[in-house]
Write a protein that binds this ligand. Structure first.
Ligand SMILES: [Fe+2]
Length: 386
């Protein structure tokens, strides 16, 4: 009989550090036993496994749209889009995450580029996704046979397991931001994927999609339809509505009425019209508008975010880093890193985050200007502080 010895991936080292047991030959022998039996004691790992506050490996970072776009264009010259690769999408790789194409431990963010006449074939997957359009038009995304136009400022959510493909009918190429929960689904081993047709199922190009005509009327639900509880049924949230909602908040502030999130700072959240919840189960999406000269409160939250500057110029501070940002720039904010924005001119910001995951699990925690305001699904006030 032969005994196969699989090398253990575990390496334990006795140290003289405080709070560690005395370093003796007997302890070393115990550690070899742990390695052999694939066991790891908590006392050597507790600082990493159970830190006092979140210690994300992800780093705050800024990607410049002005640098990404020429590389996407060059990819358009060199890399065909079609079955197999599926999408000409180029993802942000956080410098703290070992070169993986992950903006944060849970979120994927990519620039996708489609040339005139090109088709990105249909497929579906369990990952939740959205598209946000920073510039251009001419691409229709087809979701379950519904043709949805993409134009500057539009936000297009698409819950997991819906068929989707894209095609560009314009004479110009188009680039946009893709956001997905790929790293989260990857980490939890819950991914499924299916190929659909190589062509999109319709090349109709209506101004408004079927889903918008059915669902996108303020406060009015179609009685014939079951309530979509898990994700928004609206294929596109149009810029004219987002812009108007933000503009009205600031006008209300001028009139002394409530509306803004803080002085000079209007915020709207894209929501499921049937429930008021987030548009996607794992992703929150918001739009922020700052008046010229506004500086936001310093906010930190459990979970990670990606911001994209839609218009204007300003400064962003994340942890101990600070950058000037302009149209198209993408800012990644890891979990529990304090973030604040300052607007030189006005500043319009699209933001997405993994917040719904943590709120559902009661792991949410929010601090504003150093004061805890929300924890485990409830607001914290002075009397109710932990
Ligand atoms: Fe996809």
């Amino acid at each position: 009989m032969t005994v196969e010895l699989t090398p253990s991936p575990i390496r334990l080292k006795a140290t003289d550090a405080p709070n560690q047991p005395p370093k003796t030959p007997e302890l070393e022998e115990l550690y070899r036993g742990f390695e052999r039996e694939l066991l790891v004691p908590l006392w050597t790992e507790i600082g990493d496994l159970m830190p006092m506050t979140p210690q994300s490996k992800a780093q705050p970072h800024v990607w410049r749209w002005g640098s990404m776009l020429p590389l996407a264009e060059r990819s358009g010259d060199l890399v065909p889009v079609g079955r197999g690769g599926e999408r000409r999408a180029i993802a942000l790789a956080n410098p703290g995450l070992g070169g993986r194409p992950f903006a944060t431990p849970t979120l994927w963010a990519a620039i996708q580029y489609l040339r005139p006449g090109e088709v990105a074939p249909e497929h579906r997957h369990t990952q939740n996704a959205f598209r946000f359009v920073i510039e251009g038009e001419g691409v229709w995304t087809v979701v379950n046979g519904d043709p949805i136009a993409m134009r500057r400022g539009d936000f297009l959510p698409q819950a997991g397991w819906n068929w989707h493909g894209h095609h560009n009918i314009a004479t110009e190429p188009m680039a946009w931001l893709d956001g997905l929960d790929i790293p989260f689904v990857h980490a939890t081993d819950t991914a499924f994927f299916e190929f659909g047709p190589e062509e999109v199922t319709t090349k109709a190009t209506p101004e408004r999609s079927y889903s918008e005509r059915l669902w996108a009327h303020p406060g009015l639900l179609p009685v014939s339809q079951p309530r979509p509880l898990t994700a928004s049924p609206i294929g596109a949230y149009r810029w004219e509505h987002t812009d108007a909602a933000l503009r009205e908040q600031l006008l209300l502030e001028d009139e002394g009425q409530p509306g803004v999130a803080e002085p000079g700072h209007a915020v709207v959240r894209y929501s499921n019209p049937a429930t008021g919840d987030d548009v996607l189960a794992t992703i929150r999406a918001e739009f922020h508008r700052l008046r010229p000269g506004t500086k936001t409160a310093v906010r930190r939250e459990v979970g990670s975010s990606v911001y994209q500057v839609f218009e204007g110029r300003g400064a962003v501070q994340v942890g101990d880093k600070e950058w000037n940002v302009e149209r198209g720039d993408l800012v990644v904010v890891p979990s529990w890193q304090p973030v604040s924005f300052g607007a030189d001119s006005g500043l319009d910001l699209f933001r997405f985050s993994d917040t719904p995951v943590f709120e559902r699990l009661h792991q949410d925690r929010v601090e504003v200007d150093g004061r805890l305001v929300q924890v485990a699904g409830r607001r914290v006030d002075e009397e109710n502080a932990l």
